[in-house]
Design a protein around this ligand. Structure first.
Ligand code: AMP
Ligand code: GLY
Length: 417
């Protein structure tokens, strides 16, 4: 099978890495890709948001499966364009991707499906905003209704800041604050059958100890030794299957990757958000632990035949990924800095530790930074402590001027806290 992956972050590098190890994959292409993906796939400089261009490229390459990584092309209808060209595609239609593209739509689906989530109001006027903020009290949770590349959510005890964010959005969801640890649980679905993956935890704040601004994610680990072993079954029954069933009932079936961002509160599991694609950086650790070859599972989701796939097979290993971000991420990241040490990791630390590229590009013989999150250094081990040690050893070999990373990814979980 020839596979075309759309996107160019560390998540797409992780997907391409797994696909490149799958004996069913005869050729692997990626658009637009990055310097790391170029080592496992042939790159094409196509605009990921241009459905017609992506469909034309897939047709020209004779792709038997297109995998759309990021949310923006999904919300823009890129999967629809590829499907219309008669090519199986892993990723939801624009209508189903609204589950991520509109927080208000997601709340409406959850209400219909009886899925537990924070109580909320959708507000469009200053009066409604004030009423909602007053109703819930501090800490305030204010979410821009639309896609905002990780910048749409403000959680604050400061009423003026909450109000200012709300008034800067056309439509906002204001909701109850959820307390408790967060879990990301992904499921692969064809719109009927739902296949949950293993849970992971992401670190959203820029600095150690969960300080600093929100980011796209600074690191992740899996499994979660502290979590209830019944968590996956419970979320399947209360969240994933009902949501997939509800979208099918509405005539907009969801196929692809359903990402449930969950809070484990004292009153039970609550959905914080849905995403319509693999999470980044959680995918890096989840795929590191998946033994089942990926292509046939993704194809099963794309063609409505997931019920014929054998159960997923997981390694006992733990996995940790640490994101190396550029100077001044997330505000105004500096790019164009040379990255050194990649060959040393490949020579000294592989295969237990390896570097997945996010914002990188090749400049002559050099690899330079080209985005906010630059690398996602991933490692496996017999437990989290070993995976963590290997990941940080590899991080220590990378040299990128002004770069930053968290030093506490998976630290508490590795210590059994
Ligand atoms: P989102 O973009 O919806 O993932 O939100 C970003 C982050 O804001 C989440 O990962 C949470 O840490 C936080 N957050 C969102 N909604 C809530 C909530 N209702 N209560 C507490 N924290 C929240
Ligand atoms: N890691 C958070 C996300 O992918 O949205």
């Amino acid at each position: 099978m020839k596979v075309l992956v759309i996107g160019g972050g560390a998540r797409e590098h992780a997907l391409c890495r797994s696909l490149s190890l799958d004996p069913d994959v005869s050729a692997l292409y990626c658009a637009p890709g990055n310097a790391g993906i170029a080592e496992v796939a042939e790159l094409y400089p196509v605009d990921a948001l241009d459905g017609a261009a992506v469909a034309a490229l897939a047709t020209e390459l004779g792709a038997g499966l297109v995998v759309v990584g990021p949310e923006a092309p999904l919300v823009a209808g890129v999967a629809d364009a590829v499907r219309a060209a008669g090519i199986p595609v892993f990723g939801p239609s624009a209508e189903a991707a609204l589950l991520e593209g509109s927080k208000a739509f997601a709340k409406d689906v959850m209400a219909s499906a009886g899925v537990p989530t924070a109580r909320s109001y959708v507000c469009t006027t200053p009066e409604e905003v004030d009423e909602a903020l007053d109703a819930f009290g501090a800490p305030y949770v204010v979410k821009d209704d639309g896609l905002a590349a990780g910048k749409g959510v403000v959680v604050t005890a400061d009423l003026a800041a909450a109000r200012a964010h709300a008034l800067g959005c056309d439509r906002v969801v204001i909701e109850e604050f959820l307390d408790g640890p967060e879990v990301s649980l992904f499921a692969i679905t064809d719109g009927v059958t739902v296949l949950p993956l293993q849970p992971a935890q992401d670190f959203k704040r820029a600095l150690d100890g969960d300080e600093g601004p929100n980011t796209g994610g600074m690191g992740a680990y899996s499994p979660l030794p502290w979590a209830d072993p019944k968590l996956v079954d419970e979320v399947m029954a209360s969240v994933l299957q009902p949501t997939v069933d509800e979208l099918r009932r509405r005539g907009t079936p969801f196929s692809g990757l359903l990402y449930a961002g969950l809070a484990i509160t004292s009153r039970g599991v609550r959905v914080i958000e849905f995403n319509a694609r693999f999470g980044d950086p959680e995918t890096q650790v989840v795929l590191a632990r998946l033994r089942t070859p990926l292509a046939s599972v993704l194809l099963g989701a794309a063609t409505g035949t997931l019920h014929t796939e054998p159960p997923l097979n997981w390694r006992e290993d733990a996995a940790v990924t640490v994101v190396i971000a550029s100077h001044n991420y997330p505000e105004t990241p500096r790019t164009g800095d040379p990255i050194e040490g990649l060959a040393e990791v490949a020579a000294e630390d592989a295969p237990e530790a390896y570097v997945l590229h996010a914002g990188t590009r090749r400049e002559g013989d050099a690899v330079v930074s080209a985005g906010g999150r630059v690398l996602s250094v991933t490692a496996t081990g017999s437990d989290l402590a070993q995976a963590r040690e290997r990941a940080y050893k590899a991080v220590g070999r990378i040299r990128l001027d002004g770069s930053q990373h968290r030093t506490d990814i998976a630290a508490k979980a590795a210590e059994g806290r």
